[in-house]
Write a protein that binds this ligand. Sequence first.
Ligand code: BG6
Length: 497
Amino acid sequence: MPELIPVEPFDIIIFGATGDLARSKLFPALFHRWCDGQIPHTSAIIAAAREEMSSEAYMEQAAEHALGPDPSPERQTLWAEFARHVRYMVVDARGAQDKSGGDGGWGALKAALDPDPNKARLFYLALPPSIYGAACGAIGKHGLNTPGSRIILEKPIGHDFHSARQINEAVGAVFSEDQIFRIDHYLGKETVQNLLVLRFANALFEPIWNAGGIDHVQISVAESVGAGSRASYYDLSGALRDMVQNHILQLLCLVAMEPPASLDADAVRAEKLKVLRALRPVTDQSVGTCVVRGQYKAGLIDAAAVPGYAEEIGEDSKTETYVAIRAHIDNWRWAGVPFYLRTGKRMRARRSEIIIQFKPVPHDVIQADAGALQPNRLVIRLQPDEGVKLLLMTKDPGPGGMRLRYVPLNLSYAETFEKDYPDAYERLLMAVVRGNLGLFMRRDEVEAAWRWIDRLIGAWRDGACPLLPYAAGTDGPDKASLLLSRDERDWFDADSV
Ligand code: BG6
């Protein structure tokens, strides 16, 4: 196991505890930290929602996700111990009064919390963003915002720039910016954190990490799952808002930002913000050639038939489940270097990676008999099979003249590190307890990302960017390859890199 750095005792209140996020991610994450002994037993863990329920009934439901289908007796014992520690409370997060004129459960919640003003107190809003403002208002009104308090907001922060700003204003009316932890769970992934180390703890990349050395960058986040049980949220959101506005733009920032002076939260966030602000706006004129949108139809995933998006959600929809974009960062470092971004649901396989394609050598001295020179390529595999590959030209050993081979230096996490590590939510929750803002999005970053996305949506609204069908289990609409072939490039095939 990784070496654990203990955290101070804290209290956490998860609003929206009966929702999917709390059950599938947050309680399993807390349980895993509990099992590793990282959560001090003087911490209060409170699940809060409107539904009447006992703590025992709630934890029985939560067990399903956290324990999996066939837990060992040891895990069951640990779960029983953890479950005794969790309290379920009926609280109306919007701060509404209950039918009997009561305070919606807020008084009881206050009484259940440690009154020590400096103890870390985490309010996790696993709620629809439209309620964030009301929930923060209620926390403030009932006097629960202590100096040690932190508020955790899930993405999406709003639906567009305007709504994001409204939410940020409402939250900011109660909490100061350094109390606000806006989650983008990709920032908690081990391989995403490694991007900083790869770039800034190795001297060899930085001198060519620019338009002089890099031909282009591809960032792909492919999922084989469909909209599933989240269809009501997803249909209002679509791939661009659900994945690009946050996860993919954050990855882009980490690849493209200038070296920060330190890993201090604001130093890193200031550099990311500069990248977001330098993104070239997609206009009515450019949208047709730099954006492709698609929606999945019925198809086969791992040889099993799956329905199309419209059948899955039960109605026709204009929501995109796939989007590919050619983006440009208009600054000195990246002038002329395209960043190709793509994400989709019901793709051939779950696979997320960043590919840095370097430029060719300026002159071919080798003139090999066999095997053309290929430019170096760095493949950062985010998930699954986390790893880093650097593709190099090498002489094929042995007689027979100068034959070249393009082969990878391969760093596989599984083989190299041989250990489990905490998942993104586990890491992020512990980071909030420690008050480490570096793994969270600052208000201006979120708003800058929305500005770029809004402009793009505005440009595709008038039909310049039609919704193209693709069969589930494929790599998305055929036209997505045109984005690159027009530039005499190709998406790197998932299996060939
Ligand atoms: C979420 C999106 O933020 O990220 C989901 O809302 C998506 O639609 C998920 O499935 C992907 O996360 P991960 O960690 O499985 O890549």
